[in-house]
Design a protein. Structure first.
Length: 79
C-alpha cells in the first residue's frame, strides 16, 4: 500500500516534470524563427509537447483531488 506522503510526492514530482517540459517548449517556441518547412515541423512537435504536458498536469490534479476525497472519506469513517 502506498503511503500518503509517497503519493503526494509522486504527484508533485509529476507536476514539476510536466511544467518543466511545458516551459522548455515555450522557451524553444519563443526563440524560434519560421524560415522553412523544417521549422514548421518543429513548431508542430513543440505544440504536441505542450499539449501533452497540459494533459499530464490535468491528470495529476485529478489524481490528487481523488486522493484528497478518499482521505476525507476515511477521516469521516474513522473519526
Amino acid at each position: 500500500m502506498l503511503s500518503i506522503s509517497s503519493t503526494y510526492n509522486s504527484a508533485v514530482a509529476n507536476l514539476q516534470a510536466s511544467m518543466q517540459s511545458y516551459q522548455g517548449s515555450v522557451e524553444a517556441l519563443a526563440s524560434m524563427e519560421l524560415n522553412d518547412l523544417s521549422d514548421v515541423a518543429a513548431l508542430a512537435a513543440m505544440s504536441s509537447e505542450m499539449t501533452s504536458a497540459e494533459y499530464q498536469v490535468e491528470a495529476t490534479a485529478e489524481i490528487s483531488k481523488s486522493q484528497n476525497d478518499v482521505m476525507g472519506r476515511l477521516i469521516d469513517i474513522y473519526a
